[in-house]
Design a protein around this ligand. Sequence first.
Ligand SMILES: C[S@@+](CC[C@H](N)C(=O)[O-])C[C@H]1O[C@@H](n2cnc3c(N)ncnc32)[C@H](O)[C@@H]1O
Length: 534
Amino acid sequence: MIEVEYESPEIDEEEAKMQQLRSKATELLLREEWREAIEAYSNLILLCQNHLLKLHQEKLQKSLCLAYSNRAEARFRLREYAAALKDCEEALKIESAHFKTLLCKGKILFNLNRYGVALDCFRATNLDPQASSNSETLNDYLDRCKKLEFFSRTGSFDLSDWILNGFRGKMPELAEYIGGVEIKKSEISGRGLFATKNIDSGTLLLVTKAIATERGIFSPEDSGENAQMLMWKNFIHKVIESARRCSITKNLIRLLSTGENENDRVVPEIDLFRPEAEDSCISNHDLDVEQLSSILDVNSFVEGAISGKVLGENSRYYGVGLWLLASFINHSCEPNVRRLHIGDHLLIHASRDIKAGEELTFAYFDVFQPLRNRKDMVEIWGFSCSCRRCKFEEGLCHKEEMGEVAMVLGKGLDMGAFVYKLEEVMKRWLVRGKGKGYLRASFWEAYAEAVGSERSVRRWGRRIPPIETLVDSVVDAVGSDERVVKLLMKGLKRSGKVGGGVMEMERAMKLGRGIYGKVMKRQALRTLLQLGTS
Ligand SMILES: C[S@@+](CC[C@H](N)C(=O)[O-])C[C@H]1O[C@@H](n2cnc3c(N)ncnc32)[C@H](O)[C@@H]1O
């Protein structure tokens, strides 16, 4: 909404100059030429300030207030939020209840995810008589703001209806949320994210909005290096733009690891990452592109995770993004959290029960593979993994029998034979508890084929583990996964229990919560399970 002033009949030369500038600025604003409008309003503000001590003081004050307010609007449109907020403050110093400025300030704060203070602005705006002519916009902002303020305080929201609607219609509007987590020094490497209390599987821990994302749908022809390079270049450019627009973002990006000397890095307070945090103003220098590339190399995540695809994405879809707080989560081959991508938001939830003080870890890559393949993957990431699972498996890999087991697998014959051999070897080595789950997850494909095939089950009988035993041990060791649920559902179908066996269905739903988080309506979780396993 643009407020226009009318000329007085007796204008002197200086006022005429101001009037001319004012008309030009208004016109530029109406034409949505934001940069030019900002320049014109900057000149007008200077002129107003120079003449403020002369005649028509009140009128000049009003002009100045309006010029600040309109410049704020133009800056808001260019997403230069910090500068726009400063302009709002200047305008409100002159007229504390200026309708247009309060509305603009509310919109800026809303876009900065500062819902509580944005709500105060919208409520104050609502008291103004002008509000009635803008009631639709204002009510829309008020409603969204109330909803998102509640989300960001409680982390309580539900995707059920969107899922049940086949992911059609408007994507659910999400707010940033920080649950019971803190940043601390990690024994894995550098800093990590830790649970501050006991957490149940499926509990939402974090919702964070991307600083920038770059997305594309690759056709088979253009999925080569060039397309990826171009995406990466665009992505870096977008991050630089976000950092340029907001010094808080820039300073937070600087806190992220470059992969070098991680153990010497400061451990930032988690409160710095809350939307309402003030700029700690570590440095005003621009981000060095080389440093930024290293930061993005280490911290950006690809969205093409299975979960991302399930939630309404195209299978050839590829997206990369930077999510600040999630960048403090280290990798483990026995992870305890999972991520979901919804729009620009990244949702992190517990994939199993977590104890207070435990470090949160997720899998940077598929961990349902043998140690050798995982080692290749961490090498690409530039570190070596020393999680309990890797150490355990490293301790076994020099054993002679392990070579024999691998040979059976290498022959690619009957997976039942391989599973039988490995189970026998584990018995001989007295491998128990999580150890069994680690190895079974490492050779998941072979296990899934053996216990999932009726022929194989008939042939090998009790010499290979039943589906439920396999599923429980793998989930206990490395957490839930779509493939595990798929196998479980296959087993349920085979035994005619789908929809019937309450205990079995409960087990599948629990695994589903570990994969997708707590979806309120059971039918919605069922839909996700069906989609994820089809
Ligand atoms: C996204 S950051 C994780 C947070 C990081 N530790 C920090 O202090 O900022 C990724 C980097 O953390 C380190 N890292 C993550 N998981 C690791 C692991 N399992 N073992 C060793 N280093 C790991 C690696 O240096 C990796 O490049």
